[in-house]
Design a protein around this ligand. Sequence first.
Ligand code: SF4
Length: 269
Amino acid sequence: MEPTIRHILSLSGGKDSAALAIYLRDRVAEMEYIFHDTGKELPETYDYIARLGDILGRDIVRTTPDDPFDHWLAVYGDMLPSNHRRWCTKMLKLKPFEAYVGDGPVINYVGLRADEARTGYISTKPNITAVYPFREDGLVRADIIRILEESGLGLPAYMHWGRSRSGCFFCFYQQKIEWVRLKRKYPELYEEAKVYEARSAESTQGFTWAQNESLEELERPERVAEIEKNWARDQERRRKLRSDLPLAAVLADADVEPEEREGCLICSL
Ligand code: SF4
């Protein structure tokens, strides 16, 4: 007898995977919804996942890893994760995902949109087939916003205070302006990130979360002012660029996403 194919959708706490869950709610009845909780997510992410579960009318399984972030930080010699040392995604997201999936055939639904060129860091296990319904159906950012608004879920609340991505509060993919905002919104989380940085500095070559500066340097008032000034200038440049865009691109909100959209699909879709 052929093994049953399971259908799995990983939620990151981001808008695109949430919209995909709503989009497929009535099309894939046997869908399993999972959320890879690193234990270091933003408070808004937990709230968003809970509200999404209510809207779906389904349980969302948390694949919390047995060993938390602190354990793996010690295993990796207190070396902070980074773009080139992305042990966090592997140990806290991908491995728990693969353990949950097991060895049977699985279709994994991924929320990449038709208007983005991102490639992902996703599981390559041979029993897992990734599919991209938004891409296949030509859905772009404006469609995702509409799906979320119509469902009553809306955008994740962290986007309202200027954080662009889901994932760990200390994620190294965040922009410097997002560190500034994190400190303002959740000073205690900023302090926690500083503690990890100090711990790492003791046993490594002084790796930092943000590029080329420590969080202690980044939080100095003159540096904060500079980061905010640079960000405002960049926004102005993008606004100008937007006025040069073809109307179709403007309508699709093609330029609204932050330019830097790298990151792992499993963390930030
Ligand atoms: S959100 Fe960032 S820090 Fe957290 S697991 Fe993903 S890449 Fe690592």
